[in-house]
Write a protein that binds this ligand. Structure first.
Ligand code: NDP
Length: 449
């Protein structure tokens, strides 16, 4: 038995049986259910009205064929996914991931987490996620375009500005969003905000590109401030070198920190003088090259093969911003041993349950993904608002809203933890605060929802 509450244990056991071979989904649900024990103990309505068993079952799951033709004229077939998990408090909202590791388990774990994250933003957005087992790496622009057009030919039937609003995630950046939105527009004959992360010239929001990385740092700064500390003069390591990692580097640097290490899926770089995010942007965002190229710009820096080595670099603050389960128990112990006192998550579920245990045992400041990386989706919701009223806000306006949202997420999360005597446990606080909002709506709708 992993739970003391028998209702929660029953829900979890059923979930494992009904979703066999989906370990990431089990992991994400387990973490949330564990946090909800005091909430369900205090209020019997959640069990009486079957809220948890309804919540862990997606409202709708769509799997679809994505056929396309590569540059050699060969037919390729990928598998597309969209999990519309919960529309209790707004249209389904969550990114699209294109990566060979994508499967039902990964998309369901991401969609489930998205419900609580979106609720935490305070904005009216439900939870969903999608993607495909397509690898954009090494593909020509033409191949990526043909894949995106075929993917959207099916997805367009299921999304819409008031139904489901996808965005980017791993492997889906501005190029892919352009191809996807172009095809959506063509198929529906509508110019509506059915996708976010759009280019500025065709309905995108200022500061959306920066939002997840900036938001991560705003949240982390607030968490540090609560202990009388800040980013100033801290050594920071950031895994990944994609959308989240690049802008986390920019903001952490602006807040006075020095980012000494970053990685991609091949290895990591170390620069004792601080990694220049503009160089990483040029290498990864513009030229789509490997992070090892950094040494051509900064010969004094070091490159090491293997991305997990980054967790042995001495630092004060770690911002994992690459992918799920990238920090194992061993990596977490190595972080602690080398002086790290704060881990704040840019990626979704980057820490294994064993790693999280190490953080708590060693009293680290721990910013869980649902709260810490919610700035991206929050700014996507601001893009939806601008699209609805046919307006475009300044960078300062959007960035100002983002800062307020992240501070409020920190407060909501800390307050929910306090309410159940879980002082400082922001993981439980984030799960509880997100849950209470969604569950209240579910209770109001009655059982057929
Ligand atoms: P990108 O595709 O822009 O970048 C991902 C980065 O992580 C790349 O540097 C990639 O390396 C590295 N990476 C990917 N998979 C692995 C792996 N298996 N092992 C090691 N490194 C890996 O993605 P994002 O920056 O958008 O997303 C990163 C994380 O943040 C994901 O967990 C995503 O779900 C989460 N997130 C993203 C949001 C957003 O707005 N973009 C919002 C909230 C969360 P390489 O270049 O070699 O492929």
């Amino acid at each position: 038995m992993s739970f003391k509450n028998t209702y929660i244990q029953r829900v979890y056991d059923d979930l494992v049986i009904r979703n066999a071979h989906e370990p990431e989904f089990h992991q994400a649900v387990h973490e949330v259910l564990e946090s909800l024990e005091p909430v369900c103990n205090a209020d019997p309505r959640y069990e009486q009205e079957g809220v948890l068993e309804r919540l862990v079952e997606p409202e709708r799951v769509i799997y679809f064929r994505v056929p396309w033709v590569d540059d050699k004229g060969r037919v390729q077939v990928n598998r597309g996914f969209r999990v519309q998990f919960s529309s209790a408090i707004g249209p389904y909202k969550g990114g699209l991931r294109f990566h060979p590791s994508v499967n039902a388990s990964v998309i369901k774990f991401l969609g489930f987490e998205q419900i609580f994250k979106n609720a935490l933003t305070g904005l009216p957005i439900g939870g969903g996620k999608g993607g495909a087992d397509f690898n954009p790496k090494g593909k020509s622009d033409g191949e990526v375009m043909r894949f995106c057009q075929s993917f959207m030919t099916e997805l367009a039937k299921h999304i819409g500005a008031y139904t489901d609003v996808p965005a980017g995630d791993i492997g889906v950046g501005s190029r892919e969003i352009g191809f996807l939105y172009g095809q959506y527009k063509r198929l529906t004959n509508e110019f509506t905000g059915a996708i976010t992360g759009k280019g500025l010239r065709y309905g995108g929001s200022r500061a959306r590109t920066e939002a997840t990385g900036f938001g991560l740092c705003y949240f982390t700064e607030e968490m540090l401030n609560s202990k009388g500390d800040s980013f100033k003069d801290k050594r920071v390591i950031i895994s990944g070198a994609g959308n989240v990692a690049i802008y986390a580097n920019q903001k952490a640097t602006e807040l006075g920190a020095k980012v000494v290490a970053m990685s991609d899926s091949g290895g990591f770089i170390y620069d004792k003088d601080g990694i220049d995010f503009n160089i990483i942007k040029e290498i990864k965002e513009v030229s789509r090259l490997r992070i090892s190229e950094y040494l051509n710009y900064r010969p004094g820096a070091e490159y090491h093969e293997g991305c997990s080595g980054i967790w042995s670099v001495p630092c004060d603050i770690a911002l994992p911003s690459a992918t799920q389960n990238e920090i194992s128990e061993k990596s977490a112990m190595s972080l602690v041993k080398n002086g790290c006192f704060c881990v704040s998550e840019g990626a979704n579920m980057p820490s294994t349950p064993e790693a999280i245990k190490v953080y708590f045992e060693n009293n680290l400041l721990y910013g869980p993904a649902k709260a810490a990386n919610a700035g991206g989706v929050a700014t996507s919701a601001l893009e939806m608002s601008q699209n609805s009223i046919r307006d475009s806000w300044s960078f300062e306006q959007v960035d100002g809203r983002l800062q307020d949202i992240m501070k409020n997420i920190y407060r909501r999360t800390a307050k929910a933890a306090e309410k159940y005597d879980l002082h400082g446990n922001l993981m439980a606080g984030a799960n509880i605060a997100g849950f209470e909002k969604v569950a209240d709506a579910m209770l109001a709708y009655g059982i057929a929802y």
